[in-house]
Design a protein around this ligand. Structure first.
Ligand code: MEV
Length: 309
């Protein structure tokens, strides 16, 4: 039996715009998904159910990507809600790929990140490598069209070039607020894609988000939390204009902002979660709870994808 786990992630800046080659910054978090894989002679199952495209799209395409033809019993365990914007799809994809690759005995971060990106692209109808690279590498990860310091690998697709860089975990406190509204990434990414293709205004918003990421990454390096938080809130407003916020997300962002440097939705939006940058995590958690959200204090995680003992 092989057991492989990957962390979730929070995106600090740049979701959606990164799909069009703009930069993005994300952190791996201390909530993980584990995927156990063992040989079977009763067909391939996931958590006891026959594997199928509708419920197990990411795992099914991960299997196809690696070309495993054996029958497998696959079991997953998660420490985070799915559809909450915390990277559960990327984590399940990478944990599954890690397990399957180990079966075929070739395992390296870059190949796994590339494979995971291709799987997300297939399932979502478009994607960027932000989630899959972050959960594979751990720590903090910056994607950029330019090659910067601490370059890890480059992924290219359909004219976009994403250079993936390691960043040290920043010394900041984050509180995540889950709206309880389950949102699937694929339909949101496809909705933004239609808007982006047909509308110059949407293209401008995407470029403005890219500028927020560049400024945010500079503020983070300088430890300027006031500026960092202000940019996060601006990023949230731009994402709302792109049509991926939700009334519950806006309410949680407003509530958290009273005790925070700034707050924004994180991940694909449409529900899911928001994240606040704060020195007062208890007060922010309470404010989120009062507004009907579920607060999570998350720590960043150094460890990316790993084979469990
Ligand atoms: C989802 O966590 C991030 C998106 O930008 C999609 C992607 O980059 O693949 C919305």
């Amino acid at each position: 039996m092989i057991s492989c786990s990957a962390p979730g992630k929070v995106i600090l800046f740049g979701e959606h715009a990164v799909v069009y080659g703009e930069p993005a910054l994300a952190l791996a978090i201390d909530r993980r998904i584990t995927c156990k894989v063992e040989e079977s002679d009763e067909g391939t199952t996931v958590n006891g159910y026959d594997i199928n495209e509708e419920h197990h799209g990411y795992i099914l395409h991960a299997l196809r990507r690696v070309g495993v033809e054996r029958e497998l019993e696959i079991t997953t365990e998660s420490q985070m809600p799915s559809g909450a914007g915390l990277g559960s799809s990327a984590a399940i994809t990478e944990a599954a790929l890690g397990g399957f690759r180990d079966l075929t005995s070739s395992f390296d971060e870059k190949t796994l990140a590339e494979d995971g990106f291709e799987v997300e692209w297939t399932v979502q109808g478009n994607a960027s490598p932000i989630d899959t690279s972050t959960v594979t590498h751990g720590n903090a990860v910056l994607l950029s069209d330019e090659k910067l310091s601490d370059h890890l690998w480059t992924i290219e697709k359909e004219g976009n070039v994403w250079n993936i860089h390691h960043r040290d975990i920043p010394d900041i406190q984050l509180v995540v607020g889950y709206t309880g509204v389950h949102a699937r990434t694929g339909p949101l990414v496809r909705r933004v894609k239609r808007f982006y293709r047909n509308n110059n205004f949407a293209k401008e918003i995407v470029r403005d988000i890219g500028d927020m990421v560049r400024q945010g990454s500079d503020a983070l390096e300088k430890g300027d939390l006031e500026r960092l938080g202000g940019l996060m809130t601006k990023n949230h407003k731009l994402l709302s204009i792109l049509g991926v916020s939700h009334p519950k997300l806006d309410a949680l962002v407003r509530a958290a902002n009273r005790y925070s440097y700034g707050a924004k939705l994180t991940g694909a939006g449409g529900g899911g979660s928001m994240v606040a940058l704060t020195d007062e995590p208890e007060k922010v958690s309470e404010a989120i709870r009062k507004r009907g959200g579920e607060p999570y204090t998350v720590d960043s995680a150094e460890e990316g994808l790993k084979i469990e003992d």
